[in-house]
Design a protein around this ligand. Structure first.
Ligand SMILES: NC(=O)c1ccc[n+]([C@@H]2O[C@H](COP(=O)([O-])OP(=O)(O)OC[C@H]3O[C@@H](n4cnc5c(N)ncnc54)[C@H](O)[C@@H]3O)[C@@H](O)[C@H]2O)c1
Ligand SMILES: [Zn+2]
Length: 360
């Protein structure tokens, strides 16, 4: 087998930050990207958000990482070149790429615009592209991507605060729609007020839901209500509060990144209530069956969204003025940012200023 030579396997020089092993420490990395193909869009990366999945992945917490690993799937930038067959984009356009850069384009899921559930879906990083090369993410200066997996960032959205919508935004928007939790009058719970959770509150409010944030940190109450627009707040460790709220929610979206009990959450649901898991803890959760039977309740999951829905989400965000609350950082701060993210010390998403600070 030919040794993997990231710097030489493709013609376009690229520079980014890579983890080399499961210590997860990110360091400068020279690699390369393919030449712009007929259907490809090449763009200069301007900002990239830091998702908790990046943290799981640099440390190989899900057991699927390959190294060197360039994370980043909340990527926004400006188009610098398009292939001869590209129809949707031109040089200068503001674009984004999220968690996927490829799929088979012919299975039932792809035909139904849910490429995110295609068995051959190709992740933006630590995946294997059609040509056999490793995919590298957006903690890097340049991206080349098939136009089908590129979305347009509406002019009304600032690029930096829109970047997290490419993953966090669609991950909350899609289950709200699919599980019918997008209707006025719905009472929705959102568990975990982190990167995903805080944009979830904004989308759900814009759809007309009544939103209760459920969190372990009482300190987040004021911000949840005053800054993000939640209607109420429950401290999940407070037995009295949780008991008083039993049977009040139509649905819950659980964004928690670590193992936690779901029994108390199921108790908060009304009859026929739905608990949707989007957080991805590294170990399985315990599933109590009786509380589900008693009330015909549902536990489901959801993973990002398809390309059509991702564009729809961005257009919805532009219309309703929804962006993430961000802390913009320079590339050399990224290891500190990861440590802070691990402790939940971020309001509410780190975004790397790639254009200004990622230099070879
Ligand atoms: N399903 C998907 O498509 C999808 C997409 C993106 C991210 N994710 C996953 O969702 C999770 C959240 O991502 P994020 O970027 O919002 O992370 P984040 O770190 O910004 O937020 C996670 C939230 O969970 C809380 N939390 C952590 N441990 C907890 C515990 N033991 N009990 C209660 N609360 C706890 C934190 O305080 C924080 O508010 C991660 O596991 C990530 O990998 C899934
Ligand atoms: Zn993500």
């Amino acid at each position: 087998m030919v040794a993997n030579q990231p710097e030489k396997e493709n013609p376009v020089p690229a520079f980014g930050l890579a983890a080399r092993d499961q210590s997860g420490v990110l360091s400068p990395f020279n690699f390369s990207r393919r030449a712009t193909g007929e259907k490809d869009v090449k763009f200069k990366v301007i900002y990239c958000g830091i998702c908790h999945s990046d943290l799981h992945m640099i440390k190989n917490e899900w057991g699927t990482s390959t190294y060197p690993l360039v994370p980043g799937h909340e990527i926004v930038g400006e188009v610098t070149e398009v292939g001869s067959q590209v129809e949707k984009f031109k040089v200068g356009d503001r674009v984004g790429v999220g968690c996927i850069v490829g799929s088979c384009r012919s299975c039932d899921n792809c035909s139904n615009s849910i490429e995110n559930y295609c068995p051959k879906m190709i992740l933006t990083y630590a995946g294997t592209y059609h040509d056999g090369t490793v995919t590298y993410g957006g903690y890097s200066d340049v991206m080349v991507c098939d136009e089908h997996f590129v979305v347009r960032v509406p002019d009304a959205l600032p690029l930096d605060a829109a970047a997290p919508l490419l993953c966090a935004g669609i991950t909350l928007y899609s289950p709200l729609r699919y599980y019918g939790l997008d209707k006025p009058g719905i009472h929705l719970g959102i568990v975990g007020l982190g990167g995903l959770g805080h944009v979830g509150v904004k989308f759900a409010k814009a759809m007309g839901a009544k939103v209760t944030v459920i969190s372990t940190s009482p300190a987040k109450k004021q911000e949840a209500i005053e800054r993000h627009g939640a209607d109420s707040f429950l401290v999940s460790r407070d037995q009295e509060q949780m008991k008083a709220a039993m049977g009040t929610l139509d649905g819950i979206i659980d964004t928690v990144s670590a193992v936690h009990p779901i029994m108390p959450l199921i108790g908060l649901l009304k009859t026929h209530g739905k608990l949707v898991l989007v957080g991805a803890p590294e170990k399985p959760l315990e599933l109590p069956v009786f509380p589900l039977l008693m009330g015909r309740k549902i536990v489901g999951g959801s993973c990002i969204g398809g390309m059509k829905e991702t564009q729809e989400m961005l257009d919805f965000a532009a219309k309703h003025n929804i962006t993430a609350d961000i802390e913009v950082i320079s590339a050399d701060y990224v290891n500190t940012a990861m440590q802070r993210l691990e402790k939940g010390d971020v309001k509410y998403r780190f975004v790397i200023d790639v254009a200004k600070t990622m230099q070879a």
